[in-house]
Ligand binder design. Structure first.
Ligand code: RIB
Length: 310
């Protein structure tokens, strides 16, 4: 394998309590379901796990509780070869949790109880600054305190790193210097709509509204479009990359897998276009299986899948 640049993922770690429902509960409705599954999740941990599964040289900064769920999350990351040595196990909070409803179409609704993720603060990141210095690519999402994300983006950019922000969930406001620090921003359609006000699902409109983010200083805008793949918008123009078709079982962690695969291929020296196409295949495999981390494919599985569709 060629030499890979180091990827640092900074973000949340949750245990997901997954409840399968036929349809999402309506307001005021009570539903009965047979059972729930408990699986490793959290956008940050999913992205770190996926980078590791996809063969990336991956380090993860995160805070979990000093409890059994925290141990389970760390052990799972280790199984994917993620370096977990700087993950903090805090005594004063429980490991983050998420309630994930998955309906018959594989779509989900998620409620997160951050717990120890709230302790992934600027002081913790300052203590671990050497890992930002040590990496080439820094991958972030928004399930840790907002100031921590801003701190990491500013530090990483000042150090000349490639910064990828998956703005999930979308914050109320992103300061201009944060946009300027982003090499890639990777919202899904609803996040993109909230960020830019784009009223339409037409690709031409998405491309036009993507200009707003470019004007703020982002270098590459990638909007993930579910079954339509992903659109890349840059100063040079835009292009949509359709995904392979698969039977959708559960979309949880599809975006996380996409972001990780993007980072993994950039770490190999691939172009954004090549990285997006690989990421489409990786996330297609993720939606064809249930759960967050249990659905994330290995590098070999993605390569085999690509070859099988040629
Ligand atoms: O992106 C999916 C993840 O969002 C879930 O694993 C859940 O924990 C929430 O963070």
């Amino acid at each position: 394998m060629c030499s890979l640049e180091k990827i640092l993922v900074i973000g949340s770690a949750n245990v997901d309590f997954v409840v399968d429902v036929e349809d999402m509960p309506a307001l005021g409705e009570t539903l009965l379901c047979k059972e729930f599954q408990k699986v490793p999740g959290g956008k940050g941990a999913n992205q770190a796990y996926a980078c590791g599964r996809l063969g990336g040289d991956t380090m993860f900064l995160s805070v979990v509780g000093r409890d059994e769920l925290g141990d389970v999350l760390i052990e799972n990351l280790k199984r994917a070869n993620v370096c977990t040595k700087a993950i903090r196990q805090a005594g004063q909070a429980n490991t983050g949790m998420a309630i994930v409803y998955v309906d018959h179409a594989g779509d989900n609704s998620i409620v997160v109880v951050p717990g120890a993720n709230s302790l992934c603060d600027v002081a913790y990141l300052e203590q671990n600054l050497r890992y930002i210095e040590d990496s080439s690519i820094v991958l972030l999402q928004m399930e840790i305190p907002f100031e921590s994300v801003c701190y990491a983006v500013r530090r990483a950019k000042a150090l000349g790193k490639t910064v990828i922000l998956n703005p999930a969930p979308v914050p109320e406001y992103i300061p201009e210097d944060i946009y300027q620090g982003l090499d890639f921003i990777t919202p899904n359609e609803s996040e993109f709509k909230r960020l830019t006000g784009c009223p339409s699902e037409e690709l031409e409109d998405i491309a036009a509204y993507g200009q707003k983010l470019l004007a703020q200083g982002v270098r590459h805008v990638i909007v993930t479009l579910g079954g339509r793949g992903a659109i890349l918008i840059t100063q040079e123009g835009w292009q949509c990359y359709p995904p392979p078709s698969v039977k959708v079982v559960d979309t949880t962690a599809a975006g996380d897998t996409f972001n990780a695969a993007l980072a993994r291929k950039l770490a190999e020296g691939c172009t954004p276009q090549e990285a997006i196409q690989f990421a489409n295949y990786a996330s297609a495999l993720a939606v064809s299986k249930p759960g967050a981390q249990p659905s994330i494919p290995s590098y070999a599985e993605v390569v085999q899948f690509i070859q099988s569709t040629r």
